[in-house]
Design a protein around this ligand. Structure first.
Ligand code: GDP
Ligand code: MG
Length: 199
């Protein structure tokens, strides 16, 4: 039986289809944060080139579809990435529309740029929740290869995570690959968990 039977079309979970080979899920994940913190590099590192890229000119955004199989289920992730203007006030509502989770990226670089990117996390969070309400958020502290990890003070990011009920923060390097798989997998696990509890 090859026929696709749609068992559920739930606003909350996007599209869920059941076929004889398992279920199919599709999620949009918004990837936000200041320009040059490494958003595009992280997506590329995680998907190892096995992504399909599409550019949406009117939104100044691009998205990368990435298919993952978990047991018999097929999960299609759509990472929405900002192209060009990375200032939160330039983003159109459609960039955020229907996002099921978000990744906020900042840079650990010890410079004004790095510190600013940390200070802007709340600006990104505010614009995100304005458009999406409360969705799962994970923070990526990127470019760890540029700092001495043993001297990192994670108390301010930990405070921010606790205060705002973010799912957590992950220390990453798109350059070396450190932490990247673990960080993205955290998002996928959360989305899967949402499926399980809604069943
Ligand atoms: P975006 O504007 O947030 O998408 O940032 P990009 O992915 O375009 O990265 C901006 C610059 O930072 C590029 O030159 C990347 O090669 C560099 N970059 C990104 N991630 C890392 C990282 O983890 N470590 C280092 N050293 N450089 C990085
Ligand atoms: Mg980019």
């Amino acid at each position: 039986m090859n026929e696709i039977i749609e068992i559920k079309k739930d606003k909350e979970l996007n599209e869920i289809k059941e076929t004889d080979t398992g279920r199919k899920f599709r999620y949009k994940v918004a990837v936000i944060g200041d320009g040059r913190v490494g958003k595009t590099s992280l997506i590329k590192k995680y998907t190892q080139g096995s992504f399909k890229k599409e550019y949406i000119k009117t939104l100044g955004a691009q998205f990368y579809t990435y298919d993952k199989k978990i047991n018999r289920d097929k999960i299609r992730l759509m990472f929405w990435d900002i192209a060009g203007q990375d200032k939160f006030h330039f983003l159109r509502p459609n960039f955020f529309k229907n996002s099921k989770a978000a990744i906020i990226v900042y840079s650990l670089e010890e410079s004004n740029f790095g510190r600013e990117s940390f200070n802007h996390i709340m600006d990104w969070y505010n614009v995100l929740t304005k458009h999406c309400g409360e969705i799962p958020i994970v923070v990526f502290a990127n470019k760890v290869d540029l700092v001495d990890e043993t001297k990192l003070d994670n108390s301010s990011i930990q405070d921010m995570v606790n205060k705002n009920s973010f799912l957590g923060y992950y220390i990453t390097s798109a350059k070396t690959g450190e932490g990247v798989t673990k960080a993205f997998n955290a998002i996928i696990e959360t989305l899967n968990y949402k499926i399980l509890i809604s069943e």
